[in-house]
Write a protein that binds this ligand. Structure first.
Ligand code: ADP
Length: 294
């Protein structure tokens, strides 16, 4: 099982001619509600990659439709608490120039409790992975409890909080970051420097650094290998990273080696960038297998 302890958001998308100005009341020409949040996106990617995924998180008690959507994707929702606080959400204005401007409210994503998380982790074994991002509360504590449970721990520190991340590195088996986050964490100016500094400073850490259209680099004290991205025409890179993480962990959970896992994950995210949107753009395992066979 992959226990994904993470955010669930409702994204409210409004198409507008321009961003609303101070004092202005403006009508939107369209409105769409979509499931979002890095946590939920990664759970959907895990489920589409046919991993056994249990999402751990919280939503508002009235938002049953969110649970249904996750279930329809194949995510186990038994450990999603239903609370009084509003569900996490984002209010997103989109202009014709494809610029966006976003108000984010963490809401229920910040209501995880120590007893709730610890109880879930009691069910984890060393065959399991625990995955976290940085959009929920109790992140540092949860990573420590996860490590103590014996499970393998993966952390995608997004949005990046470098101080918090440095503090929790001893609890992490696999850190998954993009190049900007890696450089931030290493206090490095270049990708090369980040790939040198991080293994020096943290000899027990394995890092996957995603590099957009350049693929992904995996490094630790002992290894340094790069897997290229697939050459596709990118339309929308939303959720590319989340797709990568979901497919990569699903492969690792199935017992694949790191190189195979990264290749499969690069194929999955290559397909995702050719499609619009977040969760809907994530391919199925079958689509990824077909893509790799071509
Ligand atoms: P994030 O969205 O977290 O910044 P990246 O942009 O590094 O993550 O993308 C994650 C993965 O998605 C990459 O490792 C790569 O495999 C794939 N990817 C991203 N952009 C492209 C692209 N333009 N063409 C092909 N693959 C891509």
């Amino acid at each position: 099982t992959v226990f994904n302890i993470g955010s669930i958001n409702i994204d409210h998308l409004y198409e507008v001619d321009h961003f609303v100005r101070p004092g202005e009341t403006m009508s939107s020409t369209s409105y769409q509600q979509v499931l979002g949040g890095k946590g939920a996106n990664q759970s959907v990617a895990l489920a589409k990659a046919q991993a056994n995924v249990k999402h751990v998180g919280a939503i508002h008690q009235g938002d049953q439709h969110i649970l249904q959507q996750l279930k329809d994707f194949g995510v186990n929702t038994d450990e999603i608490a239903q609370v009084q606080e509003a569900s996490g959400h984002a209010i997103i204005q989109l202009t014709p120039a494809a610029e966006n401007c976003i108000i984010l409210y963490a809401g229920a994503n910040h209501t995880l409790t120590e007893s709730g998380v610890r109880k879930v982790l009691e069910g984890a074994t060393d065959d399991d992975w625990v995955l976290l991002q940085n959009e929920t509360n109790l992140v540092a504590e949860t990573l420590e409890w996860a490590k103590a449970s014996g499970a393998k721990v993966a952390f995608n520190p997004a949005p990046m909080d470098a101080d918090l991340t440095r503090k929790v590195l001893p609890f992490i088996d696999l850190l998954i970051v993009n190049e900007v986050e890696a450089m931030d964490l290493a206090k490095a100016d270049t990708i090369e420097d980040a790939a040198r500094i991080l293994p020096e400073q943290y000899p027990d850490l394995a890092v996957m650094m995603t590099l957009g259209k350049d693929g992904v680099r995996y490094f630790s004290k002992a290894e340094d290998l790069q897997v290229p991205a697939f050459n596709v025409e990118a339309k929308d890179t939303t959720a590319a990273g989340d797709t990568f993480i979901g497919f990569c962990l699903a492969e690792l959970q199935r017992g694949s080696n790191y190189e195979t896992a990264m290749r499969t994950a690069c194929a999955a995210s290559a397909i995702a960038v050719t499609r619009m949107g977040a969760a809907p753009s994530i391919p199925t395992l079958e689509e990824v297998t077909d893509f790799l066979a071509k």
